[in-house]
Ligand binder design. Structure first.
Ligand code: GRF
Length: 236
């Protein structure tokens, strides 16, 4: 946003009138990592464009060459990179981890957003971005951590599930919870219908949480997010 002008001295003695940045809304720099189709990434990128997240996505990375998230980023004109993950299936090897850290550092990210990134990040990665890595999980944590949480919820017969955005720590889906959206389990729900409604919730919740982080409204004390929580609501 600008509401004034600055006279900038140019080589050759000329001056140019440039808008004065009074509110530097795009200064918060977001890196996104994902392995899949990228629907959460798109929701975040659209929220940045609309200004509801006062920040910009400066890096999109994937461990999967040809992942949808990279194609969506390219379509939106955002920097996107495949970074080889190394030989393991569920984590990065040391060299790969170093390349992910370096790429995000070069992009000078303030926040690392995991959006369907299917590898566990630990140790060196988390130390490189302390309390700066967040994840979205398709259940109301601490219920149903791990894979296919919507299926776990349906199998267990819970009446309410949802999604959770949390800081990433050394555990699995265990870091401080920042925000949650509840999703009712309906009679006749299948794995597919429940999963779809949870994903709709994710696309509301994630931008709301990232906006709050960009605005500096999230504080962690004693391992918990204090004095603040984001709760969005199922509308249909
Ligand atoms: C999301 O549903 C999220 O719950 C999980 O991975 C999925 C990624 O989907 N962590 P997308 O790639 O954002 O569409």
């Amino acid at each position: 946003m600008s509401n004034g002008f600055l006279l900038v001295y140019l080589a050759g003695g000329a001056y140019q009138k440039r808008p004065l940045q009074t509110t530097n809304t795009a200064s918060y720099r977001i890196g996104v990592l994902g392995s899949g189709k990228g629907s959460n990434f798109v929701a975040l990128a659209e929220a940045c464009r609309a200004g509801t997240i006062p920040g910009q996505i400066v890096f999109v990375g994937s461990d999967v060459a040809g992942a949808g998230i990279l194609a969506r980023a390219a379509e939106m004109g955002l920097p996107n990179t495949h970074l080889a993950p190394g030989p393991y299936r569920t984590k990065l090897d040391e060299a790969a981890e170093a390349s992910y850290i370096a790429a995000l550092q070069v992009a000078r990210v303030d926040l690392v957003v995991l959006a369907g990134f299917m590898r566990i990040l630990k140790g060196a990665f988390l130390r490189a971005f302390p309390q700066r890595v967040i994840n979205i999980h398709p259940s109301l944590l601490p219920s149903f951590p791990g894979l296919e949480a919507w299926r776990q919820a349906l199998d267990r017969g819970v009446k309410v599930t949802g999604c959770t955005v949390h800081f990433v720590d050394e555990g699995i889906d265990s870091g401080p919870i920042i925000g949650q959206e509840a999703v009712s389990v309906r009679d006749g729900d299948t794995v597919a219908t429940l999963h779809e409604r949870i994903q709709n919730a994710e696309r509301r919740l994630y931008p709301a949480v990232v906006a709050a982080l960009a605005q500096g409204r999230v504080r962690v004390e004693g391992g918990r997010v204090q004095g603040f929580s984001v709760q969005t609501q199922e509308t249909t």
